[in-house]
Design a protein around this ligand. Structure first.
Ligand code: MRU
Length: 370
C-alpha cells in the first residue's frame, strides 16, 4: 500500500536474505523508520516488542526468523530451539504457530546444508499467499459493503457508508492489503463513498496510531473515536457495519481479537448493526471449539495501561516520542491484550474463499474438513 506515493510492504528480504527489513511500528504514526533484522534473537525481539504486530505479519516474521536461525546453525537442535523461542513470543495469534509449523515441515527432512534456502522459499511463499489472501478478502468484503449500501433507505443513498473498526487489521498487520481494512480499501478504490470510525484501541492505540495512519495515506475518509464511543454512534444510526480482524478463530466461529472487540460486538447486536470478521485461513485454529475457554489470552505489561506514548508537540523536545504516566503511583494495572467474541454475535466471516456463517458448518463449507 502507499506511503507518500511509494508502494510498501511491511516485510522484505535484504542482502539476498541475509537479513529482513521491516517497518518499525512502535514509531508510527509520528516517525516512519525501518529496521534490519539479522538474527533469530532480533526476529523474536521484534515480535515481542511489537515492532511488527498483527497476526498475519507475526506469522511471516516468525517464518523468516526460522530462516535466520538456520543460516546461523542448520542443526536439528537449532531448528527445535528456534521454533520454541519464536512460538513463545506472542501466545494468542495462531498464525505464528501455523507459519512456524509450515517452515519446520518443509525443512526437517532435508540435509542441514539445504535448510536455510528451503526456509527462505517457504517463508516467501507464506508472505506471497498472505498478500493474495488479503486482496481476495477485500473483494469479498467489497461485495458485502455494496449490498449493504444499496439496501439503505432512499434518503441515505449516496451518503458515505459508515464502517467502524477496532485495532489495526490493515496492511500494517499483514504483508499488504490487510484483513478488515482490505474491503475498505477496495470499496474506496471502487468509488463507494466510505467513511471509517477508527476506535483508538487502548492501551497500545493501534487504531489511533496505525489504522489512522494507513487510512490517511490511502486517502480514505476516517475519524478517530475513543473506544467508548461506538455504542453511542450505533444507537444514533451512524454505523452501517462493524468489521474487525482476528488473531485466532475457532472451528466453531468464535473470534479472538484485540481487547474491546467483544464489547463492540455486543453493542452491534443490541442495535442491529452487522458485525463482520475478516480473516485468512491461517487464522483458523481447527483444534479449538470453545474460544472463551480454550484460547490463551496474552497478558502484556501493566505499564501499557498506566502509561501512554505520544509525540511531544512543543518545547525543546518537540518531535520526540515520550511516555507519560496516567495513573497514581502505586495503582496496579492489568492488561489482557485480547478477548473472545462468541460466534452468535458475529454476522458473518469474510475470508479469502468467500463469506460464511460463523459456525462449524459455515467454515467447513469453505474449507472442507481442514
Ligand atoms: O496486539 P496486536 O497489535 O498484534 O493485535 C492485532 C489485532 O488484534 C488485529 O486485529 C489482528 O491481528 C487481526 S489483523 C489482520
Amino acid at each position: 500500500m502507499n506511503i507518500d506515493g511509494k508502494a510498501w510492504r511491511t516485510i522484505w528480504l535484504e542482502e539476498g536474505g541475509r537479513s529482513i527489513g521491516v517497518i518499525d511500528q512502535t514509531q508510527l504514526p509520528h516517525h516512519f523508520t525501518t529496521r534490519s533484522i539479522a538474527s533469530l534473537d532480533g526476529a523474536a525481539e521484534a515480535i515481542s516488542t511489537m515492532v511488527v504486530r498483527g497476526a498475519p505479519l507475526i506469522g511471516v516474521t516468525g517464518a523468516y526468523g526460522l530462516m535466520l536461525a538456520l543460516q546461523a546453525d542448520p542443526s536439528d537442535g537449532s531448528l527445535a530451539a528456534a521454533f520454541e523461542q519464536l512460538n513463545a513470543t506472542r501466545p494468542t495469534a495462531v498464525n505464528l504457530r501455523w507459519a512456524l509449523e509450515r517452515v519446520r515441515a518443509k525443512v526437517a527432512g532435508l540435509q542441514p546444508a539445504e535448510r536455510a534456502e528451503a526456509a527462505k522459499a517457504e517463508a516467501g511463499a507464506i508472505a506471497e499467499e498472505d498478500v493474495a489472501m488479503g486482496a481476495s478478502i477485500g473483494e469479498h468484503g467489497l461485495q458485502v459493503f455494496q449490498q449493504l449500501a444499496a439496501a439503505r433507505p432512499a434518503e441515505r443513498q449516496g451518503q458515505p457508508f459508515n464502517v467502524l473498526t477496532h485495532c489495526n487489521a490493515g496492511w500494517l498487520a499483514t504483508v499488504d492489503w490487510g484483513t478488515a481494512l482490505a474491503p475498505i480499501y477496495k470499496a474506496h478504490r471502487a468509488g463507494l463513498p466510505i467513511h471509517v470510525w477508527v476506535d483508538e484501541t487502548r492501551p497500545r492505540n493501534q487504531g489511533a496510531s496505525l489504522t489512522a495512519f494507513e487510512l490517511g495515506r490511502e486517502g480514505v475518509p476516517h475519524t478517530v473515536i475513543v473506544d467508548n464511543a461506538g455504542g453511542h454512534l450505533m444507537q444514533h444510526g451512524q454505523v452501517d457495519a462493524v468489521i474487525v480482524g482476528t488473531d485466532r478463530t475457532t472451528r466453531t466461529g468464535d473470534v479472538c481479537n484485540k481487547i474491546g472487540t467483544y464489547l463492540k460486538a455486543l453493542a452491534a447486536h443490541d442495535n442491529g448493526v452487522p458485525f463482520y470478521v475478516a480473516l485468512p485461513a491461517s487464522t483458523i485454529d481447527w483444534t479449538i471449539g470453545d474460544g472463551v475457554a480454550e484460547i490463551p489470552i496474552e497478558a502484556r505489561s501493566a505499564q501499557e495501561v498506566t502509561h501512554i506514548q505520544g509525540l511531544i508537540s512543543s518545547g525543546s523536545a518537540a518531535g520526540q516520542l515520550a511516555s507519560v504516566q496516567l495513573t497514581p503511583d502505586g495503582s496496579a494495572g492489568f492488561n489482557p491484550a485480547f478477548d473472545v467474541t462468541p460466534a452468535r454475535l458475529v454476522s458473518a466471516l469474510i475470508t479469502e474463499r468467500g463469506v460464511a456463517a460463523a459456525s462449524e458448518e459455515g467454515l467447513k463449507g469453505l474449507y472442507g474438513n481442514a
